[in-house]
Ligand binder design. Structure first.
Ligand code: GTP
Length: 593
């Protein structure tokens, strides 16, 4: 146990976490030189260059003629997965805080650092990318000293590209990070910090043994779900799974017990023995709740069952995805899906498209609202069209986030305006260094899911980093904005918006839809309404569209091509009443200016 070191790397996106992990794996000869980054093993992850699911890998390392077992636990790099990050951090005794020498401390550096400090982790600061010509290691060193109050000597300068500093980092892991505190005589307590889906083996549960030990064949219980299993196989994670007879005290490894679906395994849960259970579960468990919801509908209604099967398959390895059948007058039968956040939603959409070849329409995302009725009852609503009659509603509460933004001082003005525009409230403002500032805001999550990221990026020319955590539900004056096409309300286009924005938003929605809905053989009236009151109107004028007219009667193959092209264009349209509405229109609200 004295020879075990469990640690993770915390860093802002692109600061070099995966590259540094690779160098450590190479240096310890855990892997041979690779072209690709080993820790990110889903295709999607590699393409996006971010770690979506956290995994772990064990390295052997000799220092001062003693052998050490180093467990590197990878952490997902995005706010959507911050609960998973917190559990991975909870399984460690130390963390490498990696900061890019050309970028300095960024929003995610700070929010992950706070989590690590909360868990009492030993922090080893590392300045990465010192090989780059525009590296500013001295400035970044000052920022880190200010941030964590360490001695400048404690900061390791490194390059994950050239390998410089990597031996010093491994040495520091052994010397500075404490061995796990663990009592082998106590009943088993193992913290589940992740799970991996494998189509042959089922769910592989990743855990750290906090007390006691777990042997192959043990009867175990998952405390939060109260389910019992046999530990058919236990082992450690190298490049492949390496079975062992036992996972000892303080070790990080895996357990396979015939579980088939991800939803049975809850990150943060405690594994104990059925016969000699622990008294208490490991603290910090939370049920992850989706915060962002959207309707997902098959373009072809005949694909409904296929879509259900695809979502079920996705859920096998993505426990945080939820879905429920729902129907929309406009879109027919589909599902209301719940996601951890916007990125998670994009990932699911992309996987539906790529892995399952599903053609779907996704509606505008919204957050989950708490709706209080006049009798004092409260209901969680995941869809604006599911709101009760306005006369029955006492008030509505919506989730607020605590946002951290780090940016250059020259962008403070526009960023403040953006956040205030999004109903944000400035909580604090402090300098990270001479010309960079850290801002904290309280903002409704509903405003972030619409078009916040893109705007922030464009007004700061990319020089602003952003991170957030859900804070609380707060009452808001929200109005339901409906859109009507030729007097038919299109439920899939309804949104909830703050009363003060409703009229402007209604107007802009109508304008945008006018641009997006193609002319058809009759006039199309587009109206925005709050309750029975129409607040805006636009018209798409009729046209007699004859694609073949352009062909001057000539070439047949050209005619066929044009027809094919038109057919393809149609596929992405949805018939609503008698109006053809393109897929883009359902996301119109996301791009209002
Ligand atoms: P996420 O998984 O998105 O959080 O990113 P990450 O922090 O794992 O960053 P990654 O290792 O993918 O590195 C981001 C980019 O920086 C890649 O293009 C790397 O090749 C490059 N990079 C990483 N470390 C260094 C370094 O020390 N020097 C130089 N020049 N480039 C580096």
């Amino acid at each position: 146990m004295e020879n075990i070191r469990n640690f993770c790397i915390i860093a802002h996106i692109d600061h070099g976490k995966s590259t540094l992990a690779d160098r450590m794996l190479e240096y310890t000869k855990t892997i041979k030189i690779t072209e690709n980054q080993m820790l990110d093993n889903m295709d999607l992850e590699r393409e996006r260059g971010i770690t979506i699911k956290s995994h772990a890998i064990q390295m052997e390392y000799e220092y001062d003629r003693k052998k050490y077992m180093l467990n590197l636990i990878d952490t997902p790099g995005h706010v959507d997965f911050s609960y998973e990050v917190s559990r991975s951090i909870a399984a460690c005794e130390g963390a490498l805080l990696v900061v890019d020498a050309t970028q300095g401390v960024q929003a995610q550096t700070i929010s992950n650092l706070y989590m690590a400090i909360e868990q009492d982790l030993e922090i080893i600061p590392v300045i990465n990318k010192i090989d780059m010509p525009n590296a500013m290691p001295d400035e970044v060193e000052d920022e880190i000293v200010d941030l964590i109050g360490c001695d400048p000597e404690d900061i390791i300068r490194a390059s994950a590209k050239t390998g410089e500093g990597v031996p010093e980092i491994l040495e520091a892991v052994v010397k500075r990070i404490p061995a796990p505190k663990c009592d082998p005589a106590k009943p088993l307590q193992a913290l589940i910090f992740d799970s991996i889906f494998n189509s042959f083996r089922g769910i592989i549960v990743l855990c750290k043994v906090e007390n006691g030990s777990i042997k192959r064949g043990d009867k175990v219980k998952f405390v939060q779900t109260d389910m019992e299993y046999t530990a058919d196989e236990v082992g450690v994670l190298k490049l492949d799974l390496e079975p062992r007879n036992e996972l000892g005290c303080g070790e990080v490894g895996y357990v396979i017990s015939g579980i088939k679906v991800a939803t049975e395994v809850k990150v943060g849960d405690t594994i104990t023995h059925v016969d000699a259970p622990c008294e208490k579960a490991i603290s910090g468990f939370e049920e992850v709740k989706p915060m962002v919801f959207a309707g997902v509908y098959p373009i072809d209604p005949n694909d409904y069952e296929n879509l259900r099967a695809s979502l079920e398959k996705l859920q096998l390895n993505d426990a945080s995805l939820t879905f429920q059948p729902e129907s929309s007058q406009a879109l027919g039968f589909g599902f209301r899906c719940g996601f951890l956040g916007l990125l998670h939603m994009e990932i699911v959409q992309e996987r539906l498209d790529r892995e399952f070849n599903m053609d779907v329409i996704t509606t505008v995302p919204n957050v989950s609202y708490m709706v209080y009725d006049k009798q004092g009852g409260c209901k969680e609503v995941h869809n604006p069209s599911g709101l009760p009659e306005s006369t029955l509603i006492d008030h509505i509460e919506e989730p607020y986030i605590r946002a951290t933004i780090i940016t250059g001082t020259n962008f403070i003005g526009p960023i403040m305006r953006l956040c205030l525009d999004k109903r944000g409230e400035l909580l604090s403002q402090q300098y990270v260094s001479g010309n960079r500032v850290e801002l904290h805001f309280m903002i409704p999550l509903g405003e972030i899911v619409i078009d916040f990221y893109d705007k922030l990026k464009s007004i700061s020319k990319g020089y602003a980093s952003f991170d957030y955590h859900i804070d609380s539900y707060r009452p808001s004056k929200l109005a339901k904005l409906d859109i009507l096409l030729n007097s038919e309300p299109v439920d899939a286009l309804s949104t909830l918006t703050h009363e003060s924005n409703a009229v402007t938003m209604g107007r802009r929605m109508c304008e945008k839809l006018k641009e997006l809905i193609p002319r058809q053989q009759f006039d199309i009236a587009i109206q925005a309404a709050i309750g029975a009151k129409i607040i805006a109107r636009e018209t798409v004028k009729q046209v007699r569209k004859d694609v073949l007219a352009k062909c001057y009667g000539g070439d047949v193959s050209r005619k066929r091509k044009l027809l094919e092209k038109q057919k393809k264009g149609k596929k992405r349209m949805k018939q609503i009443g008698n109006v053809q509405v393109p897929q883009k229109a359902f996301l119109a609200v996301l791009k209002l200016d």
